[in-house]
Design a protein around this ligand. Structure first.
Ligand code: ADP
Ligand code: ASP
Ligand code: MG
Length: 422
């Protein structure tokens, strides 16, 4: 008898009919003899709805008091969906109990709205499983050392599920969603995108961190750290399909680069419209400049992604970096009011209408000319590249956001991702 963790996303939990469908599927797995732990997201739209209500009452603020209430509020979405799923399972004749993260407890640090899981005490869950119950644990949330409810960042239920699977040494963690696996790129943007039967852990990590929101980046990090067998599959298949067929469907995140893996140079294309670019022009090119700029940004708790410093010209240089769009105003203010005057920089300019497009593939390690092929495909579409960054298995560019879809389609074609690979 194996312990299996299922995670169901917002769309999969989006109505009572869909919740009933989830309950029937989970009951099928339980009746096949598995111990089942299920981690649901809030019903689709619910997290956005709650956060919008907060904004209506008081504009978003970064102070701890406000952020705490956002978490207290947003966590209710998953509490509701979890209880509804437990009720639906009971309606299917299956003993079931739901727990909020704080009841388990899933302990996190105290960074509201982006907390990290520190530990999970599974004693209560194991005791319920031993009594033959399906145990449902709210996604997206935990509790800090002072008993405050925290949330794990948007899309965080993936991370809850993988962390629970890791803590309980589950045989497998199945992430059920509204697509039937991980595709070469978002199938909503490129209809010709193909499903990958397997994707290496490293590629999935890059794709998630470059913006493929099919899995939250931290869930992939957890899976890597604890070697949790992870699969992404559809919740929209008929609930009563053969369980073995279901268990083999979707996309397996693989930890071994075996010969069954598709041997493409580029496996996928990710994109992210959540970033903004800020440049400091005419900064004196002296030791410690990068530290003085980015140190102050980090102190303000603003995460920086891409960084570019130009070669200096007559002792001056330009320094650009990207931040999350939500932090754009704060970062610009900080640079304009404090850093630029202190360093004697000439000007601060910013652009929130950018996006980042990345090609990802472990084949890039052993092939040359991949980045230049990317740049050629973009130039053929007349798309200007504003920033470039590379790592061993990915190349990313920052471009004007209005060209995002065009760029993704052009790259998908240039790297033959719409063709079935041998
Ligand atoms: P859930 O609510 O189940 O967590 P998400 O909306 O968070 O679902 O993630 C699933 C969505 O991710 C898909 O509907 C798809 O539009 C998007 N997506 C982005 N990149 C990819 C990709 N490479 N493969 C599959 N889906 C992707
Ligand atoms: N409900 C949360 C969100 O919308 C968490 C999740 O769905 O994974 O971001
Ligand atoms: Mg998600």
């Amino acid at each position: 008898m194996a312990l299996i963790v299922h995670k169901y996303g917002g769309t999969s939990m989006g109505s009572t009919e869909r919740i009933r469908n989830v309950a029937k599927r989970v009951a099928k797995w339980a009746r096949a003899g598995h111990q089942m732990v299920v981690v649901p997201s809030a019903m689709s739209g619910e997290t956005n709805r709650l956060l919008a209500l907060a904004k209506e009452l008081a504009p978003a603020k970064s102070d701890t008091a406000y952020q705490r209430e956002l978490d207290q509020l947003a966590a209710t979405g998953e509490q509701a969906s979890s209880a509804l799923l437990a009720i639906a399972l009971q309606g299917e004749g299956m003993a079931s109990v739901s727990y909020a993260g704080w009841q388990v407890a899933i302990k996190t640090d105290a960074s509201y709205t982006k907390a990290r899981i520190a530990s999970i005490d599974d004693a209560r869950v194991r005791a319920e499983l031993a009594q033959g119950k399906v145990v449902i644990i709210t996604g997206f949330q935990g509790v800090d050392d002072d008993g405050n409810i925290t949330t794990l960042g948007r899309g965080g239920s993936d991370t809850s599920a993988v962390a629970v699977a890791a803590a309980m040494k589950a045989k497998e963690c199945l992430i059920y969603t509204d697509v039937d696996g991980v595709y070469t790129t978002d199938p909503r943007v490129v209809p010709e995108a193909r499903r990958l039967k397997t994707v290496s852990f490293e590629e999935m990590l890059e794709m998630a961190s470059m913006g493929s929101k099919v899995l939250q980046i931290r869930s992939v990090e957890f899976a890597g750290k604890y070697k949790v067998p992870l699969r992404v599959l559809s919740s929209f298949t008929a609930w009563d399909i053969d369980i073995n067929e279901e268990a083999q469907s979707g996309t397996l995140i693989s930890f071994e680069e075996d010969e069954n893996m598709e041997q493409a140079v580029v496996s996928g294309i990710a994109f992210n419209r959540d970033e903004a670019k800020i440049s400091l022009l005419g900064v004196p090119d002296t030791p410690g400049i990068a530290y003085q700029i980015l140190g102050a940004v980090a102190q303000a708790n603003i995460e920086v992604d891409m960084i570019i410093q130009n070669v200096s010209n007559e002792g001056k240089t330009d320094f650009s970096f990207t931040v999350h769009r939500n932090d754009f105003a704060r970062a610009s203010d900080l640079l304009k009011s404090q850093i630029a005057p202190k360093l004697g920089a000439k000007q601060v300019i910013g652009d929130a209408k950018i996006c980042k497009v990345s090609i990802v593939g472990i084949g890039m390690r052993s092939h040359v000319g991949v980045a230049s092929k990317m740049f050629r495909a973009l130039s053929e579409e007349g798309i200007n590249i504003q920033m470039i960054s590379t790592s061993e298995i990915k190349t990313s560019v920052v471009i004007d956001e209005k060209y995002m879809e065009l760029a993704v389609r052009a790259l998908h074609k240039a790297f033959d991702l719409d063709q079935t690979q041998a």
